[in-house]
Design a protein around this ligand. Structure first.
Ligand code: SF4
Length: 303
């Protein structure tokens, strides 16, 4: 069954001129048939480079929106139109106006995990891979970092010369990794290095050996001479970690490192989206033009 679905998807890719982009957090079997798999930064960049007429996105809605914002001429289809990231909505645009009134030179730095509307009111977007580079390159001293508080706090700790104003958004998957459970995992695997995503809580990052985006965690594990790792990010990354490092061991911290929205994407849904080229991502053109500026600025500054 699974094999016949994969075969049909492969045939439809060619017939309908579709490229499949998938995030590291979707199921391994979906990653396996994608043309490109990566983190948000890689996928946003890739979406501007692909030549196919149609992009099928296996990820949550802000990723499809970013692809459409950067590629208005392409049809961007979501594998599941209901897969959404709760953190993307954790900011009110009135709060942006309030901070801008309070800090005349504030740059609103928006993590890509945000709605098109929030992006449209921001100065520049960042991903967890390029946030340090992009924020350092900004001339502004005051940085309003939205929507994720933990990532903002981590970036602030690395750039002490700037003043950060943080928003109280969070990722429920990464914040469900607790220090106590991590300490227990360290006891069980005393030789393992702890690799954590900066969306994790501050007290988890404090006892981590490496902090980085999903793709940075992957390349660290590949380069490292260590043989065991405790991974503090979404479980989907284990597919690529184990594929690339068959002789190394990877452990999770608990049973909650699981994004229910990313996991909505199944092979059956990919096939359906491929057959129908629906649901399609639509964005009001005025909003799209406004939201394209901070995204393009990110791609420029992160070069
Ligand atoms: S893992 Fe967290 S940040 Fe990523 S899509 Fe899921 S809820 Fe959003």
């Amino acid at each position: 069954m699974e094999d016949s679905i994969k075969k049909e998807i492969e045939q439809l890719k060619r017939k309908k001129d579709v490229v499949i982009l998938a995030h590291y957090y979707v199921d391994g079997q979906v990653q396996e048939l994608a043309d490109f798999v990566g983190d948000s930064y890689f996928l946003a960049k890739k979406a501007t480079e692909v030549t196919e007429k149609n992009i099928l996105f296996c990820g949550v809605s802000f990723m499809g929106e970013s692809a459409k914002i950067l590629n208005p001429g392409k049809r961007v289809v979501m594998a599941d139109g209901t897969a959404d990231c709760p953190m993307a909505h954790m900011l009110d645009i009135d709060r942006i106006a309030e901070v801008r009134r309070e800090y005349a030179d504030a740059a609103v730095v928006c993590y890509v995990n945000s709605t098109a509307e929030i992006k449209a009111y921001s100065d520049v977007c960042v991903t967890s891979s390029n946030a340090l580079r992009v924020v350092r390159a900004l001339p502004n001293r005051n940085i309003f970092f939205v929507p994720d508080e933990n990532l903002g706090r981590y970036i602030a700790s690395q750039i002490p010369e700037k003043n950060f104003i943080l928003n109280d958004g969070f990722c429920h998957v990464h914040t469900s990794i607790y220090k106590e459970e991590l300490l227990h995992a360290k006891e069980l695997h005393p030789d393992a290095l702890v690799l954590s995503h900066p969306e994790c809580r501050e007290n988890v990052l404090e006892i981590s050996d490496f902090i980085g985006s999903t793709s940075e965690i992957l390349s660290f594990a590949e380069r490292s001479e260590a043989k065991e790792f405790i991974i503090c990010t979404e479980m989907g990354v284990f597919y690529e970690l184990e594929l690339k490092n068959p002789n190394k061991k990877f452990y999770s911290v608990g049973h909650r490192q699981f994004c229910p929205n990313m996991k909505k994407i199944s092979l059956e849904k990919v096939l359906y989206a491929m057959e129908t080229l629906e649901p399609v991502v639509e964005i009001d053109e005025k909003l799209r033009i406004k939201a394209a500026k901070p995204l393009s600025r990110m791609l420029e500054l992160a070069k």
